[in-house]
Design a protein around this ligand. Structure first.
Ligand code: HAM
Length: 418
């Protein structure tokens, strides 16, 4: 029978890399935890209309990339392509907006987009994200952006650039969109798809990566130049706070994100070492999203970071946390009585808070010491029948090879003190 493999565009996370993976994910969220963000979990499956209405009908994500199907009850459900719409739905559903504001939430988990797989682009991928809801304050925008930048810095990444812009709001964007549309209508755009995009969402044409289109739209008007007074004031304030915080950014007046809900502060982090899939994270303000999915008025801002791409960036920079040691102490019993003692010793060491493991499978000295070596342990405890009779165990430092006899009465203390 043919052997089954993980579906195209998906992958397995296996040891030893999986341990590093968890360490990276935790490190990315550490700054947000220190800023009072609480964990939320929304389901992977949501009503399809949540994304149609929330993420936007003109986006590639909604029109081409969603995993949508009818469940056995005939409801149209979609495997979440992103986390923000679900979090906003969850807030309204539980009336969280009636509690203290801003609501600060974090989440982590798999997202699904039917994209063409390539390096750094998967159909199932992992995001960590934060959302801050219920308060419209440029200082909160700056906090959210800073927590992302601090997350990258905390991992030791130095090649991440923050691109920042404002996408205006319903007061100023429509007039800009019209003027951009007229500008683009006068250009010899390459294909029907692009011309259709001019009608649906002309900003997206500015984001077209093809060099000929980039050249064509080089003189197009930009939104930051025509922001209304309110948006300009907000944007200036955000930049002021970021400067105070020492967060460097690059103004990116043509930055267009792949989701429709953004307004005002919008940003993306890119890493130069990743080729085409250079975005390691992104986000922005999405005031109005809650209303568009039938919720209460609720301003919000947040980001999501792509864990796979961040691991690639860490590999490119040879940075990031070491895979944590699987165990500190590895116990090697030689004989039946020694094995009984070993089981108790391992349990006691673990209860004292130190990682410990045991050579299972009744291997001889040679095989058991090989297992000790590949466990990554710092110390092996060798329990021989003769030593046991004398009330001692041999503790071997696996890095230096030094070995000493330790009285069984003091063994746990000796193994767990650091
Ligand atoms: P997004 O820019 O669509 O934003 O995704 C965030 C990050 O997820 C990207 O920067 C990238 O690192 C990663 N990512 C996206 N697609 C893939 C893929 N196919 N394979 C691997 N990684 C991928 C959002 O999803 C918004 N919900 C962010 C947000 C939160 N905005 C406000 N709050």
């Amino acid at each position: 029978m043919s052997r089954l493999t993980a579906p195209k565009g998906t992958y397995d996370i296996v040891p030893p890399e999986s341990n590093r993976w968890v360490a990276v994910r935790d490190a990315l969220l550490q700054p947000a935890r220190l800023a009072g963000y609480s964990y939320v979990e929304a389901p992977v499956l949501e009503d399809t209309s949540l994304f149609e209405r929330g993420v936007g009908a003109s986006t590639d994500v909604v029109t081409k990339e969603m995993y949508t199907f009818a469940d056995r009850g005939g409801r149209s459900v979609t495997m979440r392509p992103e986390g923000t719409a679900g979090v906003v739905r969850l807030v309204a559903e539980h009336g969280l907006e009636r509690g203290p504001l801003p609501l600060k939430l974090w989440y982590a988990g798999p997202m699904f987009r039917y994209e063409r797989p390539q390096a750094g682009r998967f159909r199932q991928f992992q995001q960590v994200g934060i959302e801050a809801l219920g308060v419209d304050d440029p200082a909160l925008d700056a906090e959210v952006v800073a927590l992302g930048s601090r997350a990258f810095a905390g991992l030791g990444l130095t090649g991440v650039t923050l691109l920042l812009t404002s996408l205006g709001d319903p007061a100023c964007r429509p007039a800009y969109t019209e003027s951009l549309r007229s500008y683009l209508a006068g250009l010899p755009l390459p294909d029907e798809d692009t011309r259709r995009r001019v009608e649906l969402n002309p900003l997206r044409v500015l984001d077209d990566k093809r060099p000929d289109v980039q050249e064509m739209v080089a003189g197009a008007p930009t939104l930051v130049d025509v922001l209304c007074a309110g948006c300009k004031e907000h944007y200036d304030a955000v930049r002021g706070y970021l400067t105070d915080l020492g967060i460097a950014w690059t103004a990116a007046p043509r930055l267009v994100r792949g989701l429709d809900y953004y307004q005002r502060t919008t940003f993306e982090w890119q890493h130069a070492g990743l080729g085409a899939q250079s975005a390691v994270g992104g986000g922005g303000r999405y005031d109005g999203l809650s209303e568009s999915i039938g919720g209460p008025p609720l301003p919000g801002i947040g980001w999501a970071l792509g864990t796979e791409r961040i691991l690639l960036a860490l590999a490119a920079e040879q940075a990031g946390p070491e895979a944590p040691h699987r165990v500190e102490v590895f116990v090697v019993p030689l004989g039946t009585e020694a094995k009984r003692r070993a089981v108790g010793i391992v349990d006691a060491v673990r209860r004292a808070g130190t990682n410990a493991d045991l050579a299972y499978g009744d291997r001889g000295m040679k095989g058991a010491m090989r297992a000790a070596g590949s466990s990554g342990a710092r110390r092996a405890v060798i329990l021989g029948e003769r030593d046991l009779a004398a009330g001692v165990a041999q503790v071997k430092d696996l890095a230096t090879g030094e070995q000493q006899a330790v009285a069984l009465d003091h063994l746990i203390e000796e193994l767990t003190q650091q």
